[in-house]
Design a protein around this ligand. Structure first.
Ligand code: HEM
Length: 517
């Protein structure tokens, strides 16, 4: 089309020139332009002084190959690249990947001038949420409205909601045991996290834990999004088009996306009820507990004029961020504990001593004080990585020094938890799930290298909720059940990196056998 327009224009101006000559001239001009860009990237760009494969410096196709063709394997390829080129590698024309644990907190710290990379964070389609907000001041403002509910005190106040859901989960485990059915942890843990986060968001749990096979269109939609993520990363225009398509077309292209419509609809209904209450002056708090949006509106400087679109983006972001991350950590941790009978027994013995009555509820505060459980949780976070792929950050305009390297302004610097959590100098025998590594006094100082929740102003909003979910789930489950994974074998979960870690093989299934005491 564009070529036709060029040809018609040139022929109008110079009628003697043939179509073929014009087309080949345009092609040569385009080729020279592309060669010019590649030449610039390889020899003149401020990033050209950094080591790395020439192909990666010249074109994003290198990164795309490992992301899409090899299916989410770039983190493993990075091992080889860092061995060859050193701690800092230019992995694309615009970005550097740094593997140096001591430098993490130079970027991810309070007051950091590094910002989230716009090109990456706008792929999520929720630009008005705190998660995707780039501007430092606007982010602070948006985030401050969510902080009270997700603070440690906020979560302790709502601990009873989390306990209720875990009790229901345990009842479903018992039911499966009685019926001699295999329990699908991958689905059930997603059900747990969806039910908790929707209860927080709307005071109306989706109650997926009560469905026969823990099926939910909400997490099917997020799973589909995670699957498609790397394609959208390399074809951002596609993401933009999809975000603006009418929903019925989107559903044709991505049938599993139906859960997003439900989620968005629920956010809108909940918000419109809240706005009605504001208008009529009956904005007293929800009777059972606060919801995220009551909190935001309570903190909002002008609640009557709060932007519903912004609040809906926030709902999608908080719910989305709270599902897969916690579910993934629960699955990875549960399997690692069940793979090693010694770890499972040690954990059970600690829990039994702490709570001799098998049916008694644990409290979060009590759980945090149990040293072996604490080691188990830290190892779970370390080996589930939180976000497995890199967190891309823009270097401030004037450049910055990180890890001893001078980074040019406006470039992108990335560090990923996968490589940091396998730093053998800090975590010897790093592939091993080894709760005992956290039992020495010196190990305390290594906690800062477990970055599953990120750090600094963009640290996970849900850290207290997630920790409460993990502690209470593992304490309750391993106190009451023995986990039998003989049907699937002791092999580790196979996964790939789609920014989040996602499954590459069968979902985690096992049997739960009730303990007698
Ligand atoms: C084990 C569970 C979880 C892990 C490992 C985790 C990890 C993370 C990480 C690494 C980030 C930083 C992402 C980035 O910089 O791009 C993040 C951000 C975030 N997380 Fe979580 N998360 C978990 C659970 C949750 C839960 C339960 C919620 C809420 C219900 C939540 C809400 C958020 C939000 C809103 C952000 C954006 C924060 C901001 O930019 O201000 N997360 N999370």
């Amino acid at each position: 089309m564009a070529l036709d327009a060029v040809i018609s224009y040139v022929r109008e101006q110079a009628p003697g020139i043939s179509r073929g000559t014009i087309a080949s001239t345009v092609f040569v001009a385009w080729l020279v332009y592309r060669i010019g860009i590649v030449f610039y990237r390889l020899y003149l760009d401020p990033l050209s002084k950094f080591p790395g494969p020439k192909l990666a410096a010249a074109t994003s196709l290198y990164e795309m190959y490992y992301d899409i063709v090899e299916g989410g394997t770039l983190v493993w390829k990075m091992d080889e690249l860092h061995r060859k080129y050193g701690p800092i590698v230019r992995i694309s024309p615009h970005s550097l990947r740094l593997r140096k644990s001591s430098a993490y907190h130079e970027i991810h710290r309070m007051g950091t001038p590094f910002t989230k990379d716009f090109r990456f964070y706008h792929l999520f389609g929720i630009p008005r949420s705190s998660f995707s907000t780039i501007d430092i001041n606007l982010h602070r403002q948006r985030r401050s409205m969510l902080n009270p509910m997700f603070s440690r005190k906020g979560i302790l106040d709502l601990e009873f909601l989390i306990k209720e859901k875990i009790e229901l989960l345990c009842r479903r485990m018992k039911e499966h045991e009685v019926q001699d059915k295999i329990f699908n942890c991958h689905q059930a843990f997603a059900a747990l996290t969806v039910d908790i986060v929707t209860e927080f968001a709307y005071a109306k749990s989706y109650d997926v834990l009560s469905t026969p096979d823990f099926t939910s269109r909400t997490f099917d939609a997020f799973d589909a999004q995670h699957e498609a993520f790397l394609v959208l990363k390399h074809f951002p225009l596609m993401a933009k088009i999809m975000q603006n398509l009418p929903f019925w077309i989107l559903l044709r292209l991505m049938p599993d996306g139906a859960g997003f419509a439900e989620l968005e609809e629920d956010a809108k209904v909940h918000l419109s009820a809240l706005f009605d209450r504001i208008r009529t002056g009956t904005m007293e708090k929800n009777t059972t507990h606060r919801t995220i949006f009551e909190e935001i509106l309570a903190e909002h400087p002008d609640p009557k004029n709060a932007d519903p679109a912004e609040l809906t983006d926030e709902a999608m972001s908080v719910v989305g961020a709270g599902i897969h991350t916690s579910r993934w950590a629960l699955c990875v941790g549960l399997l690692e504990i069940a793979r090693d009978p010694l770890i499972q027994t040690k954990l059970y013995e600690e829990l039994k001593l702490a709570s001799p009555d098998i049916d008694a509820e644990f409290s979060y505060l009590h759980c945090e004080k149990l040293p072996y459980l604490r080691g188990v949780i830290l190892e779970t976070l370390r080996l589930s990585y939180g976000v497995m792929g890199p967190l891309p950050r823009r270097v401030p305009r004037g450049g910055a020094v990180v890890g001893g390297y001078h980074l040019p302004g406006d470039s992108t610097i990335e560090m990923d938890n996968y490589s940091l959590h396998h730093d053998e100098d800090i975590f010897p025998d790093s592939r091993r799930f080894w709760p005992e590594r956290w039992s020495t006094p010196e190990s305390k100082q290594n906690e800062k290298f477990v970055n599953a929740f990120g750090a600094g102003p963009r640290q996970c909003l849900g850290i207290n909720l997630a920790m409460c979910e993990l502690y209470l789930s593992f304490a309750t489950i391993f106190r009451r059940f023995e986990i039998d994974i003989s049907a699937r074998g002791t092999q580790r979960m196979k996964y790939k990196e789609h920014w989040m870690g996602i499954l590459r093989d069968e979902p985690l299934k096992c049997k739960f056998i009730s303990r007698k005491e």
